[in-house]
Design a protein around this ligand. Structure first.
Ligand code: 7O9
Length: 484
């Protein structure tokens, strides 16, 4: 009996060696960074760069996989499903994204109201340092830009740039050509409307186009097969590379986190009310990720969530190390398919969309942050304002990927809805880099559980189309890749 258990333990340990190594990488990275910090002299920017260098290499490898992975994944997954089935699958996914994001925001609002981390006045204005110039944009323009970016005029450009509206004040005596409206420096709506392309990938446009191409190939049936095979093969190749890159995770995460700890200003900022704010967000993320989402998983699939979540550990550690759910996407997809047995047609359809629009952690954080700042500014929030914060925090998390320099801009939008000044984001900046890592891990967890739920709910539908894709669209087993 005892021997059996021991055998089980060793085989389990072998299977989880990589996961354990990556976990050790996280903890080791923290210790490594803390040890380096004991040096008397401050670490220079260059020295920090040397420390995080290896981690940066790992991050670059992951990022290189995103584009050639998500486009063929989406096209092939949507293309291999009947239109009616992809409609059902997409509907389930979007329903899950909406429900969980709203739940996360509500949880955040309840927690920040109950804990009340922000005591008025303590955060002196002199501590505020202005970060960058604030951008002159209206919420309307941001929304219109979002829809504009859904339709990139040039697909190749969309891989590196996205559009944004820029409002300019041309001087007091200038009149608009149409209508002769007086320019008012205080009213953005009377400013000159200009636009520019910024250097960040237009992920919304690419995702939208890929889904559309997938639907088209599904409609073309036999005629579309050569292109389908091309995309299936490309996605497969990227997944294979991912299985190799994952082996670098322990080392990559170690140096990424070590470098970040070295770069950090000081621990003392987490004392006081900023510390309470930090804890509020952390408790919210924890409750959402490890209580609310698992319960939803259990209720909808009638399966226990523990195995499923444990299998995804490597994705969480990678998310924590990189602070980017898109860079983690290849890892997430790989683990979902290889360890949790999620059908590739589901994971490759649902995950890229989830990584783009489903960010529960971000939504929770934005709601908590806005209300925390209003507490510090001793601003009494009406029920209406609280609902306005909830709605904009939800919208900000959905649209984040479509907005250049999202972090600050979306936070400013949320603050703006209740009349708080943009400069106030600086109140929470000191702990943002660390919270980012935690909320990214929860974003990844939310995407994974979503894919798991949609898979379980769609099993019956998938059975019907089994014949169509037989043999063509299956993850390559690890043994085949490693060769003999
Ligand atoms: C967090 F679909 C993909 F994988 F190709 C994809 C590519 C890029 C998906 C999303 C993106 C992307 O650009 N996302 C993005 C996300 C852009 C700006 C901000 C954010 C928000 O990031 C989160 C946060 O700050 O709360 C978090 N760091 O999940 O990555």
């Amino acid at each position: 009996m005892a021997k059996l258990t021991k055998d089980k333990v060793t085989s389990c340990l072998k299977g989880s060696a990589l996961t354990l190594a990556t976990l050790a990488g996280v903890i080791g990275g923290v210790i490594f960074g803390l040890c380096l910090r004991t040096r008397e002299a401050r670490w220079t920017e260059r020295e920090v760069m040397y420390v995080s260098y290896v981690g940066q290499l790992f991050l670059r490898m992951l990022k290189a996989l995103i584009l050639p992975l998500i486009i063929p994944s989406l096209v092939a997954a949507v293309g291999s499903l009947d239109m009616s089935i992809s409609g059902k699958v997409g509907g389930r996914a979007v329903g899950y994204y909406m429900a969980t994001t709203v739940l996360a925001v509500i949880l955040g609002i309840i927690l920040v109201s109950a804990i009340h981390p922000g005591k008025p006045g303590n955060q002196g204005d002199d501590e505020i340092t202005k970060v960058g110039e604030s951008r002159n944009v209206t919420a309307v323009d941001t929304l219109l830009d979002l829809a504009r970016n859904l339709f990139p005029p040039n697909l190749v450009q969309a891989t590196t740039q996205q559009y944004r509206t820029v409002l300019k004040y041309p001087g007091d005596n200038a009149y608009t050509e149409a209508g002769g409206q007086q320019r008012d420096p205080a009213n953005l709506y009377t400013w000159k409307i200009d636009g520019e392309y910024t250097n960040s990938m237009n992920i919304l446009g690419l995702v939208f186009f890929s889904v559309f191409l997938g639907v088209t190939l599904a409609v073309m049936k036999e005629k579309g097969k050569p292109l389908m095979d091309f995309f299936i093969c490309l996605a497969e190749a990227m997944m294979t590379i991912t299985t190799w890159v994952i082996y670098m995770a322990p080392v990559g995460v170690f140096f990424l986190i070590g470098g970040q700890i070295l770069e950090m200003e000081d621990f003392s900022v987490v004392a006081g009310q900023l510390g309470y704010y930090f804890m509020t967000v952390l408790v919210g993320l924890f409750v959402h990720g490890f209580i609310v989402l698992p319960i939803i998983y259990t209720v909808t699939t009638r399966k226990l969530p523990f195995r499923f979540i444990a299998n995804m550990t490597n994705a969480f550690t990678t998310a924590f190390g990189t602070a980017s759910s898109s860079a983690t996407l290849p890892v997430t997809m790989n683990l979902l398919e290889e360890k949790n047995g999620v059908d590739a047609r589901i994971s490759r359809f649902v995950l890229p969309i989830g990584a783009t629009i489903n960010m529960d952690g971000t939504a929770l954080y934005e709601a908590v942050a806005a209300i925390f700042i209003s507490q510090v500014r001793s601003m009494q929030l009406s029920v209406g304002s609280t609902i306005a914060i909830a709605i904009t925090a939800t919208a900000a998390s959905i649209g984040a990927a479509g907005i250049p320099q999202a972090g600050l801009v979306t936070m400013v939008m949320v603050l703006d809805t209740v009349g708080l000044p943009a400069e106030d984001v600086t109140l929470i900046l000191a702990v943002d880099w660390l919270l980012d890592r935690f909320r990214t891990a929860i974003n990844v967890l939310g995407d994974s559980i979503g894919a798991g739920i949609v898979y379980e709910l769609s099993k019956a539908d998938l059975e019907e189309t089994k014949k169509v894709t037989e043999g063509g669209f299956e993850a390559v087993p690890m043994t085949e890749i490693e060769g003999d």
